[in-house]
Design a protein around this ligand. Structure first.
Ligand code: CA
Length: 231
């Protein structure tokens, strides 16, 4: 199956150029010409990679990136940002927000394609086509929405699965309770649900994971992080 790439770029000529050349390389493409609906489109399409322009009408690329990374359905999709010359600080912010790479306009199409290939290769090594994450005896299969311990499915609720996924895909980074709420409950719910709800769900999740539950480490007065080192 060819990998699917979502192109979010308002400049039609650049979008066309990307579309044409990526297709020529054997990728499938989806195009979006503005920012505001792009995060939802990404959640629906589940592309393997997103090429995201920084300057967009509606919602700018940084905000789109932030939304992509805050949604459990899209958080693990790698993002290559397109920035214009001189937007250096935005570039730094973009990487901090979780963009995987950036390409400065004007770019050569060869350069961009080679970045696309590199990012996809890296993603495939890290998460086997972005769908499976492992830590010791614990395995998270995102396409089947299953957590497995030594190959046996753990009986998690959808919420617990999303919590575990958010933690496992954070690369060992601490996640605040608020961030976990946003990721597992969604942006809107994050305003209404109390943060201690996260603690309650983490408690049951830990129990269900047995010894693997120890990988979920409490960060006092803040939240949690996932320990992937052998335990
Ligand atoms: Ca633009």
């Amino acid at each position: 199956m060819e990998e699917k790439i979502l192109i979010i770029e308002d400049e039609k000529d650049i979008a066309k150029l990307l579309d044409y050349n990526l297709k020529k390389e054997g990728y499938r493409t989806v195009l979006s010409h503005e920012g505001s609906a792009s995060a939802l489109l990404a959640a629906k399409e589940r592309p393997h990679l997103i090429i995201l322009d920084l300057m967009l009408p509606g919602l700018d690329g940084l905000e789109v990136c932030r939304r992509l990374k805050a949604d459990a359905k899209t958080a693990s999709i790698p993002v290559i940002m397109l920035t214009a010359k001189g937007e250096v600080s935005d570039k730094v912010v973009g990487l901090e927000m979780g963009a995987d790479d950036y390409v400065t306009k004007p770019f050569s199409i060869r350069e961009l394609i080679s970045r696309v290939k590199a990012v996809l290769r890296r993603a495939a090594v890290c998460g086997e086509a972005l769908e499976i994450y492992r830590a010791g005896d614990l395995e998270l299969d995102c396409s089947r929405v299953l957590a497995l311990i030594k190959g046996k499915p753990a009986d998690l609720t959808a919420r617990e699965f999303e919590l575990l996924k958010a933690l496992m895909t954070a690369g060992g980074k601490m996640l605040s309770r608020e961030a976990l709420l946003e990721k597992a409950w969604g942006m809107d719910a994050a305003l209404e649900v109390e943060t201690r709800t996260v603690d309650v769900h983490i408690g049951t999740l830990r129990k269900k994971l047995g010894t693997q539950g120890r990988r979920i480490v409490t960060v006092k007065n803040y939240g949690y992080r996932f320990e992937s080192e052998n335990k």
